[in-house]
Ligand binder design. Structure first.
Ligand code: HEM
Length: 415
């Protein structure tokens, strides 16, 4: 048996945000998975992991694979005297996002934030989702051409996140729009300096806004997540103002676009599978299992990033400290080792194994119940509003590696 360090590493020159990978990630990365579930990509200088068992293993193993990919970047690139203080301040906010932290800070933040997520205020909010959706769908045209993304999915997810955090209705759309600041940095490349100015400018405005809200809820607590985050404390301490600000911006980023994208991805999958659409319409399939299948089949998260902490052979190849690892959940979720007939959309598929659409392990999505509920209300609600739904134009996907979402979803609808 050869030692792991002697195993020849499969090397490729991939185009991980090229047209084929963006149009059909399950197909592009699936072909790679079937040839080799762990490869080194020379172009992106990253490991590309496409097999379900390997992805699950990496997400479980926080000793070998770190989530801390912002702090080392700040130390390397943004600590010099020439760095614009606004850019530095914006990255300091990102460095406090729990998703970019390892133990022990991650565990402390997750526990405190979880208290806030599990509160009575959040339970009551879940009860309001249907009302919020009704308001949004009632404002969309009854027939003709619509953009489902901007007319329904974005306003719905924006109103949920804003109401959840305690953003007053009049500021809702301005607030929700700030999530755009983070996408280009998180979803693309940290090294692209041209995106920093946009981030820095916007984050400054966003933080001023959230600080004002925080001051208001410190004085007079409300029935919302910000008030719960102020209240959350453990034996040692409460969340600091910086941590609350970071969490608020993380929830805005993690919770709005992801859900809006999932709603659109689900409708696209149904248009491509009219038989499944009919089964959901006539109640043969319940919304709950259907949402899980949407997350597996064409979820809004395509990949998750980790960094090799110390040299490891946990995935069967020699990986070196500091190397970047892209875990392609879009391929893992179609792995035939785990899912029967993986490329078929089967809304009531009762898989024994959990899909990876919400991640897995220590960092698994904290908003998954909210996202499930939102989608389980929105997708049947859209089918209920329009008896006829068809594509009214070609679909263009955002050319990003981490997120899967359309630029617009043009539909022709009628009652
Ligand atoms: C369909 C919608 C959503 C998808 C596909 C999604 C997906 C994910 C994934 C894959 C992760 C793991 C990231 C990693 O391991 O590095 C994650 C983490 C997280 N998500 Fe979501 N998410 C969704 C909705 C939401 C919502 C609605 C919220 C909040 C209201 C939220 C809050 C979070 C938070 C706070 C984390 C960080 C957890 C940690 O690092 O411990 N997500 N999400």
């Amino acid at each position: 048996m050869p030692e792991i360090s002697e195993i020849a590493v499969p090397e490729y020159d991939l185009d991980i945000v090229g047209p084929d990978a963006v149009r059909d990630p399950a197909g592009y990365f699936g072909a790679l998975r079937d040839a080799n579930p762990v490869v080194w990509d020379r172009r992106s200088r990253s490991w590309i992991v496409t097999g379900y068992p390997q992805i699950a293993r990496a997400l479980r193993d926080d000793r070998a694979f770190s989530s801390d990919r912002i702090r080392p970047f700040i130390d390397r690139k943004l600590s010099g005297p020439d760095t614009d203080p606004k850019v530095r301040a914006a990255f300091d906010v990102l460095a406090n996002w729990l998703v970019f932290n390892d133990k022990p800070k991650h565990l402390r933040l997750r526990k405190l934030i979880n208290q806030a997520f599990m509160s009575k205020a959040m339970e009551r909010l879940a009860g309001r989702f249907a009302e919020l959706f009704e308001t949004v769908i009632a404002a969309a045209p009854g027939s003709g051409e619509i953009d489902l993304l901007q007319d329904v999915a974005v306003p719905f997810s924006a109103s949920v996140i804003s109401e959840m955090l305690g953003v007053p209705p009049e500021d809702r759309y301005r607030f929700a729009d700030w999530h755009r600041l983070f996408g280009p940095i998180i979803g693309a490349s940290l090294d692209d300096a041209s995106r920093y100015d946009l981030l820095a400018q916007g984050v400054e405005e966003l933080l001023i806004y959230v600080r004002t809200l925080l001051a208001r809820y410190r004085e007079t607590p409300g029935d919302n997540l910000l008030s719960e985050l102020i209240r959350a404390r453990d034996a040692e301490e409460a969340l600091s103002e910086e941590e609350i600000l970071a969490t608020c911006t993380l929830v805005l980023f993690a919770g709005s676009e992801t859900t809006a994208n999932l709603i659109c991805n689900a409708i696209i999958a149904l248009i491509e599978h009219p038989g499944e659409m009919a089964r959901l319409r006539n109640g043969e399939v319940a919304a709950g299992p259907a949402v899980e299948e949407f997350l597996r089949y064409n979820g809004s998260g395509k990949a998750i990033t980790r960094v090799v902490r110390e040299g490891t052979d946990a995935l069967g190849v020699p990986m070196k400290a500091g190397q970047r690892v892209f875990l392609i959940v879009a391929a893992g979720n179609h792995d035939p080792l785990v899912f029967d007939d993986p490329d078929a959309l089967i809304l009531d598929r009762m898989s024994e194994r959990q899909h990876l659409g919400f991640g897995y392990g220590l960092h698994s999505c904290m908003g998954l119940q909210l996202a499930r509920l939102e989608t389980a209300i929105a997708v049947p609600g859209i089918l209920g509003r329009w008896g006829q739904i068809e594509l009214a134009g070609p679909i263009e996907w955002h050319p990003q590696l981490l997120a899967r979402g359309v630029k617009a979803l043009p539909l022709r609808v009628s009652p």
